[in-house]
Write a protein that binds this ligand. Structure first.
Ligand code: 5GP
Ligand code: MG
Length: 178
């Protein structure tokens, strides 16, 4: 197995934990309803695990479901297509959904997920992302709750991967030599 490449820390575990708790308070204050959290796999699983416990502290008691999406295609980001790798297991019709993803970049993944959930009859969809890269949007979509803005560099850790590795890092950092 190849040695991991060095990673330059960008957001420490403490920094992330503090922000996630504040985000949960923001979410609880803004959405005063029963929500169904829909976590986009795989990248958001670590963030979602921390966020739902912070939501509990903030007084929310969400249901949880998972949606696996993959964006594929080569060369340009604008030619990418999104497909379902693992569908939801629960009904979203009539529910207030909180979509959770790791990072909002072109917006294609979250746009696809939001359209799917609305097409299945959800009553409302809010979006929470840990990271967003400003100025990178290819489709018009905004997150309601954002952890951090991050520079236009490839980041890994805290669920985010490079070739399905580095997800276990407790912090978020930039892969050197990428
Ligand atoms: P979008 O569809 O908004 O262009 O991209 C969102 C998805 O691309 C994220 O869910 C994530 O999987 C991936 N992605 C975008 N930027 C990065 C990055 O800097 N690092 C990693 N690991 N994944 C990224
Ligand atoms: Mg992803």
């Amino acid at each position: 197995m190849a040695e991991p490449l060095p990673v330059t820390p960008l957001f420490t575990a403490e920094h992330i934990a503090k922000r996630v708790h504040v985000m949960a308070e923001e979410i609880a204050a803004a959405i005063q309803r029963q929500v169904m959290v829909v976590a986009l796999l795989k990248g958001s699983f670590v963030f979602t695990a921390d966020l739902i416990r912070a939501l509990h502290h903030a007084g929310m008691h969400p249901e949880i479901d998972f949606l696996g999406l993959r964006s594929y295609g080569n060369a340009t980001v604008s030619s990418r297509k999104v497909t379902i790798t693992q569908d939801l297991s629960d009904e979203v019709a009539g529910r207030n959904v909180l979509l959770v993803d790791d990072i909002l970049e072109s917006g294609r993944t979250l746009s696809y997920a939001r359209n799917l959930i609305l097409a299945r009859g959800a009553q409302s969809v809010h979006i929470a992302v840990l990271l967003e890269k400003p100025g990178k949007r290819a489709v018009s979509i905004d997150a309601d709750f954002i952890g951090f803005s991050t520079p236009d560099q490839f980041v890994v850790g805290y669920g985010l991967d490079y070739a399905n590795r580095y997800r276990e890092l407790p912090y978020i950092g930039v892969l050197k030599q990428h």
